[in-house]
Every structure is written in structure tokens, then in C-alpha cells.
Write a new protein. Structure first.
Length: 281
């Protein structure tokens, strides 16, 4: 008889408990069914708390971070409650996601981190999302309020730009921070203008600004100057953009050399060089 091995996996969603109905569907997605452990809700009409259960709303499925390399979705039947004061019914929302959002907050933060040094189109393909879904995640986090009280220290601050719309020069700025050994999203700014970045940097509490040792950025002068003027710390260029710059020069050299050799060598000799020049990059 085959031995069954159980693996304990941390489940980081609050106010819910797992049911026994967890499955892999035909698309290779992991579907985890949960139920809420909260037995009340605040009435959407009068704001008073009610505990009178009224049934369940239609099933919801929301995208969560991967488990075992599989696309993972959380499925649940939202509870509905009737208000004893005004008679209105309210559907309970999970704390792990925004109301009526199709992704958990943890997954949206994962997508935003993936956007650093990538394009919207890149992440759309990688995460099996539409361009509009990725754009929606970005839009929901632009100028989102930050709870600075939850952060004790920032060692490294990151500034990176992404083109938020395919085929356009419509940039937003992703601000990241190295906190407790992890990279987190601090903010999404609506553009990459120097004044916008400076305004944000000035909102960082003084106690946290004093803990920042360096700012990691691309070579955009707006970011560099904003960091120097507000934080007065050293600015380092991230390795992605350094590598991109030297590879661009090497590729230009490769092309010019191949053009020169094509003119100087016989056709037979030139064919022997196929793919050889790529080794320099």
C-alpha cells in the first residue's frame, strides 16, 4: 500500500479556515476552498454591526501567490448578513483583498515587484494575466496611503520606472524598500517627474529617512537628483541598467564587426562565423 506523505504549508490569509475541498483543475491550477471565521459584518447602509446570518452570496475565486509552482486560486462563498437596525443585507468581504477585486493583496504586491526592470507586457505573459489586469493592479496602487508605523527601518530605497501602457511613454514610478531582509513595495507614483518623486520622499518620516543608507536607481536624472536633494545619501545604479548599457555597446560592436568581416571575407569563410560573435555578449 502506497504511503501518503503530508506536507505542512503556511497559509497567510487571516480570518479564514481551510476546508477539505482543495483540488487541481485541468488547467493545472491549485484551487483552495476556504470559509470565513468572522461571524459578523458592519452594515453597508447604517454602519452598525450585525450577526444575523442571511445565507451565502455567489462563489468568488481570487488569485493568490503560487504554491508548489502552481497558479493558486482561493475559492469561497461570501456570507451575507441582515441588519437588525435597518433591514439591509451586506455581503462579507475577505480582509486579504480589496472589495470585488479578483486578486489578493499579496498577489498584487508580487506582480508589482515583478514589474521592476520588466514591462507590463512581460508580466502579462509571465503571470498569465491580460494587459488590462496588470494595468488595473498598477492603477489600484497609485498614491495608495502608506502606514509608516509598520516600518521600523529602511536600509535601501529603490526607484524604478515602468511604461504603464503598451506602446506609450506613459511612465509610473515604483518605489521599493529593503525592510527586514525583504524587498517590499512602498508606493506607486503617478509619473516619473522629479517633483513628484521629491514630494513622495519628503513624506517619509524623518526617523525612517535617517535609516536610509543608499538609493538604488536607474540612470534617470530625475530620480538621482530627487534622491540627492531630499535624502542626501549615496545613489547607486542598479545592475540591470548597467548590464543593459554595456550590452548595448557590445552589440553595436558586434554588428559593426560582422559588417566589416562580411565585406572582407569570402562567403564560405563568413558562414563559419555564424553565432560566433554572440559569445562576446
Amino acid at each position: 500500500m502506497a504511503k501518503t506523505t503530508e506536507i505542512m504549508v503556511p497559509f497567510d490569509i487571516k480570518d479564514v479556515e481551510l476546508t477539505d475541498d482543495t483540488q487541481n483543475n485541468e488547467a493545472g491550477q491549485l484551487i483552495i476552498t476556504v470559509r470565513s471565521t468572522i461571524e459578523s459584518v458592519c452594515c453597508h447602509n447604517c454602519g452598525k454591526e450585525t450577526t444575523k446570518f442571511y445565507g451565502h452570496a455567489d462563489v468568488r475565486t481570487i488569485r493568490h501567490t503560487e504554491s508548489f509552482g502552481l497558479e493558486t486560486n482561493i475559492r469561497f462563498y461570501p456570507k451575507r448578513y441582515e441588519c437588525l437596525h435597518c433591514g439591509s443585507t451586506t455581503t462579507q468581504q475577505l480582509s486579504c483583498c480589496e472589495p470585488y477585486c479578483h486578486h489578493t493583496t499579496a498577489y498584487e504586491n508580487h506582480v508589482l515587484l515583478q514589474l521592476v526592470n520588466n514591462t507590463v507586457a512581460d508580466i502579462s505573459i509571465k503571470e498569465n494575466l491580460t494587459i488590462d489586469e496588470v494595468q488595473g493592479i498598477i492603477d489600484r496602487h497609485i498614491d495608495k496611503k502608506i502606514n509608516w508605523d509598520l516600518i521600523e527601518k529602511i536600509v535601501l530605497l529603490g526607484l524604478d520606472e515602468i511604461s504603464s501602457k503598451k506602446g506609450h511613454k506613459d511612465f509610473v514610478t515604483i518605489v521599493t524598500a529593503r525592510v527586514d531582509g525583504k524587498t517590499i513595495i512602498l508606493a506607486i507614483l503617478k509619473n516619473r517627474k522629479k517633483d513628484t518623486v521629491k514630494k513622495f520622499l519628503k513624506t517619509i518620516p524623518k526617523r525612517l529617512r535617517q535609516t536610509i543608507e543608499a538609493v538604488c536607481s536607474d540612470m534617470y536624472e530625475g530620480f538621482i537628483n530627487a534622491a540627492k536633494e531630499v535624502l542626501k545619501v549615496k545613489v547607486v545604479v542598479d545592475r540591470f541598467h548597467v548590464a543593459k548599457l554595456y550590452r548595448k555597446s557590445l552589440d553595436s560592436l558586434r554588428k559593426s564587426e560582422m559588417k566589416r568581416l562580411k565585406e572582407e571575407l569570402s562567403e564560405a569563410e563568413y558562414k563559419k562565423l555564424k553565432n560566433v560573435m554572440w559569445t562576446v555578449t
